[in-house]
Design a protein around this ligand. Structure first.
Ligand SMILES: [Zn+2]
Ligand SMILES: [Zn+2]
Length: 343
């Protein structure tokens, strides 16, 4: 079978691999569509916080496919059934898992990071990490279920956003755009901010979804606050992953509002928390997702509340995975999706 393998920093290649066999409790999945995630791009560069990823390894954790074979003892699935993996495997027995906080499990295993992932014709998964795909969601769309679940957690669980609230989403990457789409679907007044380079692809894509955008610089955010809000945004979601993101959020949220940090900003240099404390701004983080967030994302896709298909870019070929990484890192695309299987 074909597999896209990262063999070193900034080196990915298509290799011929033996098709794996499902062991006890496992399912063999024939992959149909597989997406590129921001974390895959960081792992590709192999820098900073991603040097723990194993090499060589089959890349990818955002994918959907059909059950091809069942290992011993698996009775929850049928051959041919459409499924999507929840790629962050919680251990099930640490303090956090015992308390329903598996998204911050102490012994977490991420498919495609700690070991082989789903950018291959076939992959093997423990059955308990598979979700059945509901009717109305295509295999291609389901490949975005994982980032959609991360956005669903940030917007519906960790933020206190309500319909009618004003929301600034900083950062038009996949999580930012999906968060904006979900918040828009719930009836919030959403604006997404990006950089000049995002004007080429990502911000126009957001505007096509009927969501307003603003390009950061020359006081554009202050103008947006003035034009759209009474005294600042009710909620700001920082999905930039940049060290200036939280500071910009605190600057543009209203007193008594909330900042939700879902990007991973690294070391913050000159952040003053004084305005946040004096304004009693609620600073909240959001990390990964739980089973229920995943199910909620799939349902919102099934009912058509969010059109994730419109955000996907299938112009990249499995034969040249590096092109997708380069385009993503240059903000020339939002969510590359490789097509591996046939419809
Ligand atoms: Zn992801
Ligand atoms: Zn755990």
């Amino acid at each position: 079978m074909r597999a896209i393998v990262q063999t070193g920093p900034e080196v990915v290649e298509v290799q011929e691999r033996e098709r794996p066999d499902p062991g006890e409790g496992e399912v063999l999945v024939e992959v149909h569509s597989a997406g590129l995630c921001g974390s895959d791009a960081h792992a590709f560069l192999y820098h900073g916080d991603y040097e723990w990823t194993t090499l060589p390894r089959v890349v990818g954790h955002e994918y959907a496919g059909r059950v091809a074979a069942l290992g011993a003892g698996v009775d929850r699935f049928e051959v041919g059934q459409p499924v999507v993996e929840e790629p962050v495997h919680e251990c099930g027995h640490c303090l956090q898992c015992e308390n329903g906080q598996g998204n911050v499990c102490q012994n977490v295993y991420i498919a495609g990071m700690h070991g082989d992932g789903g950018w291959a014709d076939y992959t093997v998964v423990p059955a308990e990490h598979l979700h059945p795909i509901p009717e109305g969601v295509s295999l291609r769309e389901a490949a975005v279920a994982e980032p959609a679940s991360v956005a669903a957690r940030a917007v519906f669980e960790q933020s206190r956003l309500s319909p009618g609230d004003s929301l600034l989403v900083e950062g038009p990457g996949p999580i930012g755009v999906l968060s904006a789409a979900l918040a828009d679907a719930m009836g919030a007044d959403v604006v997404v901010s990006g950089l000049e380079r995002d004007r080429a692809y990502r911000l126009p894509l957001v505007e096509e979804q009927g969501i307003d955008t603003v390009t950061v610089g020359d006081g554009a955010l202050a103008t947006a606050v003035e034009e759209r809000t009474e005294s600042g945004f009710d909620v700001v979601v920082d999905a930039t992953g940049h060290h200036t993101g939280p500071g910009t959020a605190i600057e543009h949220v209203r007193r008594g509002g909330q900042v939700v940090i879902v990007g991973i900003p690294g070391q913050l240099s000159e952040l003053s928390l004084a305005p946040a404390v004096r304004g009693e701004v609620d600073i909240q983080t959001s990390y990964g997702s739980l089973w229920a967030d995943f199910e909620r994302a799939l349902r919102l896709m099934a009912t058509g509340e969010v059109d994730v298909g419109a955000l996907q870019d299938d112009s990249f070929s499995v034969e040249d995975p590096e092109a997708a990484f380069r385009a993503f890192l240059d903000s020339e695309t939002l969510k590359p999706v490789f097509s591996l299987g046939e419809d």
